[in-house]
Design a protein around this ligand. Structure first.
Ligand SMILES: Cc1cc2nc3c(=O)[nH]c(=O)nc-3n(C[C@H](O)[C@H](O)[C@H](O)COP(=O)(O)OP(=O)(O)OC[C@H]3O[C@@H](n4cnc5c(N)ncnc54)[C@H](O)[C@@H]3O)c2cc1C
Length: 500
């Protein structure tokens, strides 16, 4: 039997310390701020159980069906099958669960594919990581991660902040494990994940070893405080009024480790600044986790294209040439992401025994989509006009006979009835204009790192040799006296260019 939604909901009643509006939340699965998000997470596992071929593969150790997000692809076909599972899950939430379980599992897979990197630094830590991957996979765990230190003074190094334990650091160790104290941002899905993977992706300097750690713990571990941001789910007045924020508010939280004990078998990096950098960059972790993001974004953009077109149909603007042109441009953006995903896969490469997506194409998509997403949202807003706001205050207006009559008199469309119009415009607003939507724009702009960071990855991974070789090749064909090669005696392309 594969994991089910009921299994997942049960696993969330583990005594985790979630705080919201000054109070501790007794049970996230029933609390009005989180229960629907938890149900959306549970739905992933019910979908999986109902679509075993699409979504699962047999665990190599237990034979039990577990999600393909744990699969380490050895061939292009493996990669595509795994992508189809990522798409399957994303479609259940229209791409609005950014940190669904397949995100951090992708990171862990990328780390395991590069386990030699861990072994080079520490055999025991490498063994801990491998054992953890096996455990998480065989139990089909939902993991979140916190790998960024809290914003405070970004002009100063991690160790130079006002409080040396602002960022999570080691305070103690003994034969059983280590004790950690401090915060990490920004645990998306923490409220509904089983465990948290902690790491440090930002650069550290020699002398900052106590921050150079990585470990994983169950969310209910004593001392882990999950400080939720405002809940959009709680603020959603009804599903009809807020169809997305009422249901897919995956939440984000500052996670504080209040002198938390971590057993050695859960410690993957211990006080090693080089290993902390290598964890994401020398393995395939960073590329693989963000490849999952692009697959999800592909689905989300397909959904947003549906919103854009339906809004134009509803407003009777679809036949206007400039509107069709605007939709065509939007569709090109969405299709570009789809093409980038296919390109990453068909341009994939071998990494140890595995077949992995092309890293530079993943970073290209990352850089472009960080800029593109806010532009897409603005373009859909431009196509929509005031109809997103010209709406009944809430679903309750339909219950008042007088208002009901006026709603039907005033909400008009050539494509649908007044109920259809209100329903669509409320959905569109929730997707592109609400506070939930605004958080999504911030998410798409930052989840993989600030734009200056992703551009640096692009700079690092692009095939500059090929480009420079082409330039050198041309320049080698002429000199101050003119062209030196002829049609019959063209110079061979430079070795650098040919090798690419
Ligand atoms: C909705 C949301 C969900 C998130 N979920 C998670 C999660 O689940 N897990 C997790 O670990 N993280 C998560 N994050 C955090 C995310 O990884 C970070 O926001 C991202 O890495 C950028 O770091 P930062 O926010 O500290 O921005 P900063 O690094 O402080 O950068 C902010 C801006 O400051 C400027 N800036 C700062 N430093 C420099 C510099 N050196 N050079 C040039 N410009 C600079 C740039 O304009 C930059 O865009 C989430 C973020 C958001 C918004």
């Amino acid at each position: 039997m594969s994991k089910t939604g009921a299994d997942h909901l049960k696993s969330l009643r583990d005594g985790r310390e979630v705080f919201l509006n000054g109070e501790r939340v007794a049970d996230v699965t029933t609390h009005p701020a989180f229960r629907n998000a938890c149900r959306s997470a549970a739905k992933l596992y019910d979908f999986q159980a109902a679509n075993l071929d699409l979504m699962t593969f047999p665990s190599p150790t237990t034979g039990k069906p577990v999600n393909r997000c744990w699969q380490l692809p050895k061939t292009y076909d493996d990669l595509v099958k795994r992508r189809n599972a990522l798409v399957g899950w994303s479609r259940t939430n229209y791409g609005f669960l950014g940190r669904s379980p397949d995100h951090i599992s992708s990171s862990l897979c990328g780390q395991v594919m590069g386990i030699d990197v861990f072994k080079r630094y520490s055999e025991p830590r490498a063994k801990a990581l491998l054992d953890y991957y096996t455990y998480a996979r065989d139990n089909d765990l939902f993991l979140t991660y916190v790998i960024i230190n809290p914003q405070a003074d970004r002009a100063k190094d991690t160790s130079k902040q006002q409080d040396e334990f602002l960022a999570t650091a080691v305070v103690d160790e003994d034969s059983a494990g280590i004790t950690v104290r401090g915060a990490k941002m920004l645990g998306t899905s923490s409220i509904m994940a089983n465990e948290v993977l902690v790491a440090n992706i930002q650069p550290l300097k020699p002398g900052e070893e106590k921050y150079a750690i990585s470990f994983a713990l169950p969310m209910g571990t004593k001392g882990i405080k999950i400080m939720s941001r405002k809940s959009y789910e709680a603020a959603a007045t009804s599903v009809f009024d807020n169809p997305l924020s009422s249901t897919y508010d995956e939440n984000d939280a500052l996670v504080y480790f209040d002198d938390v004990k971590v057993p050695w078998e859960r410690v993957f990096i211990y006080k090693d600044v080089n290993m902390a950098r290598a964890q994401f960059q020398d393995t395939w972790a960073h590329a693989y986790q963000n490849y999952q993001c692009q697959v999800r974004l592909m689905v989300k953009l397909q959904f947003l294209m549906g919103i854009a077109r339906r809004v134009c149909e509803t407003n009777g603007t679809l036949e206007i040439p400039s509107v069709r042109e605007a939709l065509g441009r939007l569709a090109a953006y969405a299709s570009m992401v789809e093409g980038m995903v296919y390109g990453m896969e068909s341009g994939g490469t071998r990494f140890n025994d595995y077949f992995v997506p092309a890293r530079h194409l993943m970073y290209a998509a990352q850089v472009i989509t960080q800029e593109m997403y806010p532009n897409i949202i603005t373009a859909i807003r431009e196509l929509s006009g005031g109809g997103l706001i010209m709406l009944p205050s809430s679903v309750k207006d339909f219950d008042n006979p007088e208002l009901n009559r006026l709603i039907h008199k005033t909400q008009k469309s050539p494509a649908t009835d007044s109920m259809g119009r209100v329903k669509l415009m409320k959905l569109a607003w929730d997707a592109i204009g609400s506070e939930f939507a605004s958080r999504h724009t911030q998410y798409e702009m930052f989840y993989a790192g600030a734009p200056f960071v992703t551009r640096a990855h692009m700079f690092r991974t692009f095939n500059w040799q090929n480009s420079l070789g082409l330039v050198d090749d041309l320049m080698s064909r002429y000199d101050v006296r003119g062209r030196t090669d002829t049609a019959s005696g063209a110079k061979p392309a430079s070795d650098a260019a040919a090798a690419q």
